[in-house]
Design a protein around this ligand. Structure first.
Ligand code: BGC
Length: 292
C-alpha cells in the first residue's frame, strides 16, 4: 500500500518538474526569437528611415559620399564632396575570386576604412539593379541574383546606400542632359546606359543583344575577346558597333567609357566622345538627385 502511494507521489513530482522544464525551455526559445526579431525590425526601420532622409542628407553641403564601382576585374572607391569633387584618391583592389557577394562586401568595407569619413554610399554594379537588389551578374557569380545589396551594405557600413547599374552610374557622371544620350562602357563586360533629356532609362542591357555573326556586343567586344583577337580587330569591330548603335538609337551623343576605352584608335564621328573611366565613380553624386 505504502509502495504504491510513493509511486503516485514520485510520478506526480516528476510530472511537475517536467512541465517546469518544458515551460523554461519554451520561454528561453521565445526570448531569443523575440530578440532576433527585434534586431531585424530595428534594421528595417533604420533602412526605411535612411531612405526617407535621403533628401535631407542631399541638402547638406558638407555631405561626403563614398562612391563604389564594382567591376569584373576591380573594385574601386573614392570619396566625393557634395558637388562631386574627389576628396580622396581612387582606391582599388582586384575583384575577389570567386566574386561572391560576401567577399565583395568585405572588399568594399576594407576600402571604405582606408578611404576616410563619409555619410552615404553610392554603388555602381555590373548587372541589372532594381530597388537595391541585384538581378543579374553575368561577369560575377550567380549568388548575386536576387541579392539585396543596398540592404546588406547598409547593415555593414551603417550608412544610407543607393545602388545602380555601373553603366548607368557612368552615365550620371557624364551626360549633358540634352537630347538622346547613349553611354557605352568597354571593360570586362559591355555596359550601356540611355538618357533622354537627362532622364535615365534604367538597366539598358545592350551588351547581351545580338550584334553580329550570331554574337552579342559583349561577346564581340568584351575584355576576354579583346585579349583573344587583339586591339586592331577589336577596334574594327567597335567601329561597326558605333554605326549599328547609331542606326538603332539615333542618339545625339554617344559617350564611350570603361577601362578599355583608352585602346580606341579609330576615328570617331563628331558626336561620339571618349570619356574618363573615373566618371563611373563621379556619377555617384547625381545618383542622389535621381528621381525614379
Ligand atoms: C552587364 C551590364 C554591365 C556591363 C558592364 C554586362 O555584362 O550585363 O549590366 O553594365 O556588363 O559591367
Amino acid at each position: 500500500m505504502l509502495d504504491s502511494w510513493w509511486t503516485i507521489v514520485s510520478l506526480w513530482w516528476l510530472m511537475i518538474v517536467s512541465l517546469w522544464i518544458i515551460v523554461i525551455i519554451w520561454w528561453l526559445i521565445r526570448g531569443s526569437l523575440v530578440i532576433s526579431q527585434d534586431l531585424t525590425t530595428k534594421l528595417i526601420i533604420q533602412e526605411k528611415k535612411f531612405r526617407g532622409t535621403e533628401k535631407m542628407i542631399e541638402a547638406d553641403a558638407s555631405t561626403r559620399t563614398l562612391s563604389v564601382d564594382i567591376g569584373g576585374s576591380g573594385v574601386k572607391v573614392m570619396i566625393l564632396d557634395s558637388s562631386g569633387n574627389p576628396l580622396s584618391e581612387r582606391l582599388r583592389v582586384d575583384t575577389p575570386q570567386p566574386p561572391l557577394p560576401e567577399a565583395i562586401l568585405n572588399a568594399i568595407a576594407q576600402l571604405a576604412l582606408s578611404a576616410g569619413e563619409f555619410e552615404r554610399v553610392s554603388v555602381g554594379f555590373p548587372g541589372v539593379v532594381r530597388n537595391g537588389v541585384t538581378e543579374t551578374a553575368v561577369n560575377l557569380h550567380p549568388d548575386w541574383i536576387g541579392f539585396d545589396l543596398a540592404r546588406e551594405l547598409l547593415q555593414q557600413l551603417q550608412k544610407p546606400v543607393r545602388v545602380i547599374n555601373d553603366a548607368d552610374m557612368q552615365g550620371l557622371g557624364t551626360i549633358a542632359g540634352i537630347g538622346v544620350e547613349l553611354v557605352i562602357t568597354l571593360g570586362t563586360g559591355f555596359g550601356s546606359a540611355l538618357f533622354v533629356d537627362g532622364k535615365l532609362v534604367p538597366n539598358l542591357e545592350m551588351g547581351h543583344h545580338r550584334f553580329r555573326k550570331g554574337e552579342t556586343y559583349e561577346q564581340q567586344l568584351g575584355r576576354f575577346t579583346l585579349e583573344k583577337i587583339g586591339e586592331q580587330k577589336w577596334n574594327q569591330r567597335l567601329e561597326k558597333a558605333v554605326l549599328s548603335l547609331h542606326s538603332l538609337f539615333n542618339y545625339d551623343f554617344l559617350y564611350i567609357g570603361g577601362g578599355e576605352a583608352k585602346l580606341i584608335n579609330i576615328e570617331l564621328p563628331a558626336n561620339v566622345k571618349i570619356v574618363s573611366n573615373l566618371n563611373g565613380l563621379l556619377g555617384g553624386i547625381n545618383l542622389w538627385s535621381l528621381t525614379t
